[in-house]
Write a protein that binds this ligand. Structure first.
Ligand SMILES: [Zn+2]
Length: 261
């Protein structure tokens, strides 16, 4: 028979192991699939609306179990592409400098040197939105983009996401009245997310998937759009994901990228 003094440490270890196991397998600690409150169509563009409470899990690096993102990963890695976001940026930088000269890579260098932006593993929220975008495509490997406006007020989050079948973000003009209405109701535009897809067979050899906003050479594309969102909606952060990593740029950093050259 064990003495009580010997039994207690064993019991403590036993219960600690049980708690650790429960924490590990407890779905409350995983990245759950979020379901849109509604999906509507405008021509070829789908509008997905989400309403959810703000949760720290959404911006954690917990991975979502998504068969669509897994398909992209298999597709990209079948081309022997290294998914390290800084290596992708460096390779694209080297293409740019040979084609457009040294002025074209100033913004690249600031991001690669981690002076601007934060790049980390894709987070639960981005993975969810990309998952829904890919689920609406004919095949997950289509060269398509989505964009999402992430609005917050108190404990609530509202997301307007546009999923299109073009290789650029779907036009957002028709949802501007909804964004303005939410703004008047006290929601602030915390984030804007869009994806940069991989294009392994691009004849120009630029395989994409880089987490740098477009428009860093002359003002156009992403940076021009972010400026509009900052002016109209006081956009706080811009997020770009490629399905594996996400870059986060604060508004002040977007300004620096815009005025880099
Ligand atoms: Zn972009």
């Amino acid at each position: 028979m064990l003495k009580s003094t010997e039994e207690k440490p064993n019991l403590r270890r036993y219960f600690a192991a049980i708690v650790a196991l429960l924490l590990f397998v407890n779905p409350a600690f995983a990245c759950d699939l979020l379901n849109p409150a509604s999906i509507t169509s405008i021509k070829d563009t789908k509008l997905l609306k989400f309403k959810l409470p703000i949760s720290h899990k959404l911006l954690s690096n917990q991975s979502l179990n998504s068969p669509h993102i897994a398909t992209i990963k298999n597709f990209v890695t079948s081309y022997d592409i290294n998914l390290d976001p800084f290596l992708l940026l460096t390779n694209q930088r080297n293409l740019y400098i040979s084609r457009f000269g040294p002025d074209s890579v100033v913004a690249f260098d600031k991001i690669i040197q981690k002076k601007i932006g934060v790049i980390s593993d894709i987070r639960c929220l981005e993975a969810n939105l990309l998952h829904h975008h890919l689920s609406l495509m004919d095949t997950p490997n289509d060269l398509t983009e989505f964009q999402a406006f992430i609005l917050i007020k108190d404990n609530h989050m509202r997301i307007f996401m546009l999923s299109g079948k073009e290789d650029s973000t779907p036009d957002f003009r028709f949802i501007e009245p909804k964004l303005k209405k939410a703004q008047l109701a006290g929601y602030e535009m915390f984030g804007h997310l869009h994806n940069h897809f991989f294009y392994p067979e691009n004849p120009t050899e630029d395989i994409g998937g880089t987490l740098i906003p477009s428009g860093t050479i002359s003002e156009h594309g992403d940076l021009k759009f972010y400026k509009e969102l900052m002016d109209k909606y006081s956009l706080k952060q811009a997020w770009i994901t490629n399905g594996f990593s996400t870059a986060v740029y604060k508004a002040s950093e977007l300004e620096k990228l815009r005025t880099t050259n």
